[in-house]
Design a protein around this ligand. Structure first.
Ligand SMILES: Cc1cc2nc3c(=O)[nH]c(=O)nc-3n(C[C@H](O)[C@H](O)[C@H](O)COP(=O)(O)O)c2cc1C
Length: 311
């Protein structure tokens, strides 16, 4: 047990949250992380509402520990998703990529703990004002959609900490016990880990994507597509096309066309490493094998305690 405001808020053993991830975090991953003492999140961003309902129901069967659902508000069907979450009595919701004022009050009326993901001090304060129970502050080294501010986790966490009164979860670049300890020293009450769990055995990502993550070294990812919505991904052939597009001075509309609708599924779920979009964080350079979610949680906790003692 590691005591913090976050373990108390969620009723969990370790202050480790597995970030909700499109095409990656179904009920298998979420339940495994929750069973290991962290908090698992089902990523609803890549699920039709009826698929989400099935995942929630299966998650309840696979764990008796708390778990949650992540809702990226930039995807469609939000109304239906909120309704399902309320009906299925999901205890915890993490919202991201949108306005926290939209659904927080409604979810809280149903006794749901609400956390919002932000990338700046300004949005952290906005989330607090909207009544959320905690904030995830995510640095731009993180995998997936990202802030335009490009604040790093190392600078963002202490700046948010200075002004925020509610519990704070750090995300972006944290994959080890050392990283977790550093984040806690900077003022976080817990951490959200994405990339390392994306390459776990229980992740629903394609095996070729997981292997690619393990092969990724420092400097292999980039924050791109800033004209549409900034996203960190592996530099592959598709990224080469984005670069060529930008160099040619073509319009944002044409860039949207190039992106299309299925790039993420293609890359991460179907394993098309060339033409698909491969979202992962800078910390991929520290991920050296495909492990179970439990081994990841245990390794992070063991290293955290060991390094803390050493210090
Ligand atoms: C493949 C992938 C998909 C992601 N999808 C989502 C998502 O659907 N919603 C969300 O709020 N964050 C998403 N994220 C961000 C993670 O939840 C988490 O905050 C981030 O990965 C933490 O940084 P790290 O990658 O350095 O561990 C995604 C990240 C990755 C790597």
């Amino acid at each position: 047990m590691i005591h913090s405001k976050i373990t108390k808020l969620f009723g969990i053993k370790y202050p480790i949250v597995q970030g909700g991830m499109v095409w990656v975090s179904g009920y298998k991953l979420a339940a495994s992380v929750s069973n290991a003492g962290g908090l698992g999140l089902i990523g609803s961003g890549s699920m039709y509402p009826d698929v989400l309902r099935t995942h929630i129901q299966k998650c309840k069967k696979a764990t008796d520990k708390p778990f949650g659902v992540n809702i990226p508000m930039l995807y469609p069907n939000i109304e239906e998703i909120i309704q399902i979450i309320i009906e299925e009595k999901v205890p915890i919701v993490f919202t991201s990529a949108g306005n926290p004022a939209l659904y927080t009050a409604r979810l809280k009326k149903h006794n749901i703990t609400v956390v919002h993901v932000v990338s700046s001090v300004k949005f952290a304060l906005k989330a607090q004002a909207a009544g959320v129970d905690a904030v995830v502050a995510e640095g731009f080294e993180a995998g997936g959609h990202n802030g335009r501010e490009e604040s790093t986790t190392f600078t963002l966490i202490p700046m948010v900490k200075e002004q925020l009164n509610i519990p704070l979860i750090a995300a972006g670049g944290i994959a080890t016990g050392r990283g977790m300890l550093a984040a806690m020293v900077l003022g976080a009450d817990g951490v959200q880990v994405g990339s390392r769990f994306a390459a776990s055995k229980e992740s629903s990502a394609h095996i070729d994507f997981k292997r690619r993550v393990v092969e990724t070294s420092e400097g292999d990812t980039i924050l791109t597509l800033k004209e549409i919505a900034p996203v960190r991904m592996i530099k592959n052939e598709f990224y080469g096309e984005i670069e060529a597009h930008n160099a040619s001075g073509k319009s944002v509309e044409e860039l949207k066309e190039l992106l299309g609708k299925r790039r993420l599924k293609k890359g991460m779920f179907e394993g098309d490493l060339k033409d698909g979009m491969l979202e992962i964080g800078q910390v991929a350079g520290l991920i050296h094998s495909i492990e179970t979610a439990r081994d990841i949680v245990d390794a992070i906790v063991a290293e955290y305690l060991e390094v803390k003692k050493e210090l």
